[in-house]
Design a protein around this ligand. Structure first.
Ligand code: 1CP
Length: 347
């Protein structure tokens, strides 16, 4: 079936359909493990120039679709473009990762640009989306995305990735009003950013809360669940037909009830939980995505086959989109990606 909306397997799973074979895509499917990605990135000069070059960003988004025929393409961009659009300085240190100017007080939050100003910076991203909608095969679903407010805030506060999000927790505890003002500003910007991606042609949006696992109890409810619910409600109010995927990574028992608490259509599972637990505790609430360990893309072989089959089997009684539990790493072997897809599609 290729009849627009209803024929795409990812959209059918997101609508709650149990399919005989789960559709498949992969986090970071455009990335450094692919030689063609490395070549295009070199042509762009650096990572941010690649993100802001619509032709080249569309090209790297399409590369894994051409090579593997995934059921979905994810827009090539980064969660840290929103802080940059709000006025933070952003750069990438080769071999280390992102660096940003830091926010340490209310004055830092007040100095951010207003939400309406983000599009000046982010317009090239919307152009990438428009190119992709023209160039993607008809059966391939286009996923837009943004970081969740908590995860984005951890980078804006610390100025870099942190193993335990310590600086963000310290800011939350030391100045909760400024912390909440920052989260509110990111939430508002994220709604406008995702809406603009949808206007440009994104068919699904995903909210990446990569550091949700360091929020516990009431803080998880307030700073992971509530912002995700607010963004989802705002998107659904404007675009009722657009499915939303939530990814509260390493939420543990916070995964239970996450569909109902946030209104997302699908919950992405990391690989710290077993697929059997995910099926009985999370898939009961709606579609799930996941959750093969990325390390199998490095090691391959029979363990990859066995684990991919076990995941398909465990989630076979409800709506499921096959994916990794986190992004593929640069040291992965492209052949193992082909083996994963072959196993999921052909048993
Ligand atoms: O050198 C390179 O080429 C850069 C590596 C890279 C890539 C390929 C970065 C830097 N970002 C991206 C693209 C990216 N980032 C996508 C594109 C689509 C796809 O999945 O193929 C997406 C969805 C992201 C999202 C993202 N960026 C997240 C959330 C998902 C996750 O992995 O947890 C996070 C936390 C980031 C921040 C970021 N950007 C890049 C790096 C190395 C990091 C992590 C920094 C850290 O360790 O804290």
């Amino acid at each position: 079936m290729k009849d627009g909306g209803t024929g795409k397997t990812i959209l059918r799973a997101l609508a709650g359909e149990t399919l005989p074979t789960p559709p498949i895509w992969m986090m970071r499917q455009a990335g450094r493990y692919l030689p063609e990605y490395r070549a295009t990135r070199a042509q762009a000069g650096d990572f941010l120039s690649l993100c802001y070059n619509p032709e080249l960003a569309a090209e790297v988004t399409l590369q894994p679709i051409r090579r593997y025929g995934f059921d979905a393409a994810i827009l090539f961009a980064d969660i840290l473009l929103v802080p940059q659009a709000l006025g933070a300085d952003l750069w990438f240190v080769t071999g280390e990762g992102p660096r940003l100017s830091t926010i340490t007080d209310q004055a830092g939050v007040d100095a951010l640009k207003p939400v309406d100003a983000i599009h000046e910076t982010l317009n090239p991203i919307y152009e990438t989306v428009r190119i992709l909608r023209r160039e993607l095969p008809e059966e391939t679903t286009l996923i837009g995305f943004a970081g969740a407010p908590w995860t984005v805030a951890t980078y804006m506060i610390a100025g870099r990735g942190t193993p335990d999000q310590g600086p963000a927790h310290a800011f939350m505890q030391g100045n909760v009003a400024a912390f909440e003002a920052l989260l509110a500003q990111i939430t508002a910007a994220t709604i406008e950013y995702l809406a603009a991606q949808i206007e440009a042609g994104a068919e699904v949006v995903k909210i990446f809360d990569s550091w949700a696992g360091s929020l516990k109890g009431a803080a998880f409810q307030k700073y992971a669940v509530a912002p995700c619910a607010e963004i989802t409600a705002a998107i659904k109010a404007r675009y009722p037909h657009i499915p939303v995927i939530g990814f509260p990574r390493e939420a543990g028992d916070g995964y239970i009830g996450f569909h109902a608490a946030t209104g997302v259509d699908c919950v992405a599972l990391d690989n710290s939980i077993s697929p059997e637990w995910g099926a009985s505790h999370v898939q009961t609430g709606g579609c799930v995505q996941g959750n093969l360990a990325s390390s199998h893309m490095v090691t391959g072989g029979q363990p990859l086959i066995d684990e991919a089959r076990a995941i398909v089997q465990a989630f076979s009684k409800g709506p499921h989109i096959f994916n990794l539990g986190h992004g593929i790493t640069p040291d992965a072997d492209p052949e193992n990606v082909a083996l994963m897809i072959e196993t999921v599609r052909n048993g």
